[in-house]
Structures are given as structure tokens and as C-alpha cells.
Design a binder for this molecule. Sequence first.
Ligand SMILES: Nc1ncnc2c1ncn2[C@@H]1O[C@H](COP(=O)(O)OP(=O)(O)OP(=O)(O)O)[C@@H](O)[C@H]1O
Length: 775
Amino acid sequence: MSNTARTNERGPDGGAQVDELSREQEYVSALYAKVDRIRKETSARLAEVLRNGGGTHQARVERDVATAMHTEQLAQLSAAESGLCFGRLDFDNGERTYIGRIGLFDEDNDYEPLLMDWRAPAARPFYLATAASPDGVHRRRHIRTRLRRVVGVDDEVLDLTAAERSGRHADLTGEATLLAALNASRTGQMSDIVATIQAEQDHVIRDGLNGVLVVQGGPGTGKTAVALHRAAYLLYTHRRRLSTSGVLVVGPNATFLRYISQVLPSLGETSVVLSTVGDLYPGLSATGREPVETAELKGRLVMADVVAAAVRDRQRVPNAKHPMEIPFERETLFLDRKIATQARTRARRSRQPHNLARRVFAREVIGALAEQFADRLGRSLLSGADLDDIRAELRADDGVRAALDELWPVLTPRQLLADLYADERRLAVAAKALTPEERALLRREPGAPWTPADVPLLDEAAELLGEDDTEERARAERQRRQALDYAQGVLDILEVDDNTDPDVLLATDVVAAHQLAERHSERGYETAAERAAADRTWTFGHVIVDEAQELSAMAWRALMRRCPSRSMTVVGDIAQTGDRAGASSWAEVLEPYVGDRWRLAQLTVNYRTPAEIAGVAADVLDAIDPDLEPPRAVRETGVPPWVTGLPASELVGGLADLVAREVAEIGDGRLAVLAPPALVDDLAGVVAPAAPGEGEPVDLVEAQVVLLTVAQAKGLEFDSVIVVDPQGILDASPRGANDLYVALTRATQRLGVVHTGRLPAVLGRLAEPADVAAS
Ligand SMILES: Nc1ncnc2c1ncn2[C@@H]1O[C@H](COP(=O)(O)OP(=O)(O)OP(=O)(O)O)[C@@H](O)[C@H]1O
């Protein structure tokens, strides 16, 4: 460990430290004064812009550029209010750099940096410099502030003597500040870690934009935190490319998304789309429930073939013995199997999606019927123009249309799937590869609500069906090009000069021609993020998948469509896979899309669970797979986890007492009771169950005590956790051991286990001392 001198108001060496604090206070106050000034000027400019209504089209466009730029800047300034400056680097050559949430410059002194944005390359030694490899840094200082007041500084002097003194945590940067952050009570919302990012995390955050990066790490290694900071870093570093296409962060459920929702705004980034896979299909609310076996089946890759076969099954031909009879102008035309089969072959060969290929099918059928009709009339009497007329009349004929609708109907994804689930015959044809029992799992009455596992199937169907919007698209494209040319012209006028400092915001940093043009399209003033969220076919510049081990093979297919560039960050822990359709190997998951062209980063340090709890979890990990290495816990609390056995009949009453005891222990902190799904109803009298309604997110900020299943608790953390009926959790699913591992690793301070039958052997280490502790 480097030589850490902690300095604060109560520090032992009195005067000198108070001096340090007041010197830093002076600097920090000057930074805030500057922020206030910029804010005031920006607000005034914004007010001015908004006051000037009306004007020419060009004036309106210019006004919108300015509005976007000022609004964005104000949002960044407000985000930086808390913890504006959190670090300082003193270099061997006497230079000094302050590190903070945003970059600030001194206009009166040749734009000298006053505060370096944490994402800038020059800030990197703050996270990476060590005593052994100081990178010219002599001292690293963490500055702790409360509101605008400096309340402490933690110094690390990076010299070789310090390196020789290295202790247990030689690889931690800013250990004192880090431990203070880790020991703080949880609020129910994740906070950013910008002041205490550790070296192995920094490497992941700043990894290149292109290709697929997999971040594998055990519970509490900061995967989610790192993924979100990476989003902020990528947007800062590749703003031009990403602000127009957007960044998507995918999480496992609405509660988790709410839990992480404040991190990016606190880093000044508001343009990231947070979504579950289920929400990626706009306009659909997938709130239905179904047996886990059904969800698992729907997640299998074979379902892509089932959906494709279901589409093919809707491309029909008449029975060989019974051609379709179509009355047309006092004649009866025959649409027989041969005509339809030939038309179907041509339509399929067009390789267009079903709804678009229908035009080919219709053209072929109408062509054949026109020939038939011409033969009846006497072909030699008809000119080419007469044949054209006949075809046009056939196209408009209700009987012909009805026949086409029967043989090759226009379909929506919902119609296709609902019809498939509702009809045993259709299922038997489309799902030949499934057993009758599996097909029975898919059966569902029409009108039943859609489930999350249906969403990737609907997405698959949408791809195969397509939408016949050729004309609409051509019109939109013409409009878009006109608007784009116009917007580029406006931006060219507003651009200042190429030598401006890269950290100074220019109009084009905030709004690209593409965005500006779209702000002026008929779609109104939606941001790229808003439009992306509303458009199923939107492709993102970068996709981050958190808790990625939970995604089914079908969900991966849907997600990959949103990211054809394969610029992705995949974050997860194979040992925590709970979903039956989830992953057991990253290679397996990624192979169909990128082969072996992906890179792996591992996070190895556990920042969440103290060593006392991590030890219990490590036993479960060992039972899952002895080759898996548990992450190393950075801290100890001295509080051993407790265990209590209760007769099943006394569980509810006994648990109420234990909850009350834990609440008293954690003060303002949060407590979660984690139970197998089968027990949730019984325990609802002790703790109100978490989910207020189907699919609704749990409000972890409001609720100090929550009752959750393990699946609901995935990715979350609490000061104290009571795991109820561990055997029930083990038995509830084939991946029960993974679930128990997840449950045991949610606590930041305290863990209790309440069992009704025998304590599972895998928790053996809890037995003796903890029973005493609980009694
Ligand atoms: N460098 C850091 N500085 C301060 N806190 C950190 C740091 N890294 C991680 N943490 C904290 O550790 C906790 C766990 O982080 P996070 O939830 O990102 O872990 P995870 O790997 O995603 O866990 P899980 O696999 O259980 O979902 C969070 O409270 C996070 O803020």
C-alpha cells in the first residue's frame, strides 16, 4: 500500500491539516464560483434564445441548435454540483492537476485547465498510478466534499519506500476514500464511483469502442458500476459517433433499471436508453406470466426455426383436387395448386420478408389468372394493353383479393404468434422438432397477455414478416435528405474554428447535423434516445448488456439485431445464472454472432460483501463449480453472519422478530428478506411483498424493508439481507445453487439465514458460532 496520510478536521496533526483543508476549500470554492458564473451566463443565453420567437425557418433552426446546446450544458453543470472536484495529482515536476466530474478552463489564462474531466486521458494517472509505477505522480489526493464544503483529504505519496511497505491492499487506489464509500449505508439507488474507480475497473471502462468486450466478474466486483461508467466514458470520447446512434443499456428487470437510473445522470449523461429485453418491442407490455419451463423453451434457439416454419405455414396452396374458384366477369377462373405453387416458389426465392414477398406472389397469381382469362376470350384478339387492363382489373377484384388473403395473408407478428399458440395443427406443423409435451407447453388461448419470453419471438416474427412501407420510406428518405443538407449548412455557419480546445463545447459536439435535421422533421423534438426507444428497428452505436448471463439464446438474437456493428459490452457472471434459459458459457453465447472474436476482461475484487459473508458464499460457489475462483473481499466488518432454525409453523412470527431486530441494527439502511417464490405469499404479512403489481418496479428508495425473490434481487444490494429457507431456494430450480449464491451476496454489512428444515450442508460453516449469535 502506498503511504496514505489521512487528513481531516479531526485529524491528529492539527494546524497543518486544517491549513490543507482551507487551501483546498479555497480552490474548490473558486471552481464552484466558476460553475455558477457559467450557469448564469448559459441560463441568460438560453432565456434570450427562448424569448426570440418566430422568424424565418433558418432563424428557428439556429434557435434550436442554441437551445439544445445550452440545455445540455446546464444539465451537465447541475450533474456536476455534487462532488464537482474529488481529486488532485501532484507531479514530480511540480505541476498539479485537479480531477473532477467536468472539465473547467481558465479563459483568461490561455484556457489552462482548472479542473480535468475524469474521462480525459490526462486524468488517468488518478486511477492507475501506483507507488511501483507512479507515472510521474508524486502524490495522489482524494478530496472529500459535502455539498460545497471540503471535509477531508486523503493523500497517497507514491514513492518506492511506500511500495516496499505495501500491505494487503497494494493494488487499491485511495483506500481510505474507497472504504468510506463502501461502508456507507445504501439509499436504494446506486451511486457513481467516479472518485474511487480502481485500476482493473479503469481498464474496462476505457477499453476501445469496437468489437465485443465481455466483463466477467463475481458478485460485487463492480460490473454494473463499471458498465455505466463505461457508457459515460464512451459518450465523452466518441460523442460524435454515439450521440446520433445512441447507447443502449439492457438490464434484467424494471426494478434493477430503476436502481441504476441515477448513475448516468449524475455523470452528466442523459442520452442513454435503459431497457429490459422485454421493453425493446415498442408498444407491447409483456406483463404475462407463464411456467418457467415454457419461458425456457421459448428462449431456445430452435424457436427461430419454429417461427420461420410458422411463417412458411401461412404461405399456402390449394388442395390438388379442389382448385379455388374465382368468379370474374361471367367466367370462373381456377386458381389451382400448380399456379399457386409456382407463385409461392417465386415469392420465396425473392428472399423478401413475407409481407413484402406477397407482392411477388400476387403478381404471379394474377399473371397466371390473366393468361387463363385471355385464353377463354381468345388470346389472338387481345393486345398487350388489353392484358395489362385485365391484370389491373384482377388486382382490384374482391374475389382475387380474398383468394390471395387466404393463400398468403398479410400478417402482424402478434397475429402470427397468437394463431400459432392457439392452434394445435399449426404447432404440429411449425414445431416438428419439439416433442408433443413441449408443444403443449406453447399452447395458449388467444387474447392471453404477452410474456417477456414472447418478446424475442415477436421480434423474430417481425423480421420475417416485414412491413410493406416502401412508399412511406421513400417519402421519409427524401424529406430527411433535404433536412440534413439544410442542417449541415446551419452547423457550418455556427462552427467556430478547428483549433478550438477539444474540451470546449461546440455546437457540433452537442448536436450533429443528423440530430438537428431530425429535430426539424415532423417527428418533433425527440432525442435520439427517445426515438430509439420507440423504434423496433433502431440500431444503436453501442450496446451494454448487464446481468448478461440471464439472457436466453432468442433474446441474444433480438439484441444483436439492435447492434449490427457488434460494438458491445457484455457484463455478467456465469456462476450467477438463475434463468433456466440463461447462459453457461460466454463462448457459447457469442459464437453464432462473432465467432471467437471477442475479448475478455475479469474483475477480481469484491467491493460489496465483507469477508465474513463472502466466505459463506464461497462455499456455495465451490459447490457450483470447484474451478470457479471467488472474488477477493476488500473489507471486513467483524460481524459474523447469523443463522436461526425455526419450525415451519413458527416461521412467520419468528421472522417478524428477526426483521425488527435487523432494522434496529441498520438504522437508516435497507433490509431485504429473500425467499423462495413459494413462500412469498406466506411472508407477505411480515413484510409487504415487493412487487406492487405485475411487472411494476419496486421502489427501493421508499421501502426500507423489502421482500423479494432471488430473481427480483438480482443485481441489487442491501445493508442487511435475511435469506429465508435456503433449502427451498436450492430446490426451487435446477439452478438453485446459483440462486442461493446470488442471495448470499446481496449484503453490504449483515447477513442472516433462517431455515425451517435442516440447514443445507453447503451452509455448514454458519452452523455453530452463528446459532449462538442468534439465540
Ligand atoms: N471502485 C469502487 N468504488 C466504490 N464503490 C464501488 C467500486 N466498485 C464497486 N463499488 C460498489 O460495490 C457495489 C457492487 O457493485 P456492482 O453492483 O456494480 O457489482 P456487480 O459486479 O454488478 O454485482 P452483481 O454481480 O452482484 O450484480 C456497489 O455498491 C458499487 O457502488
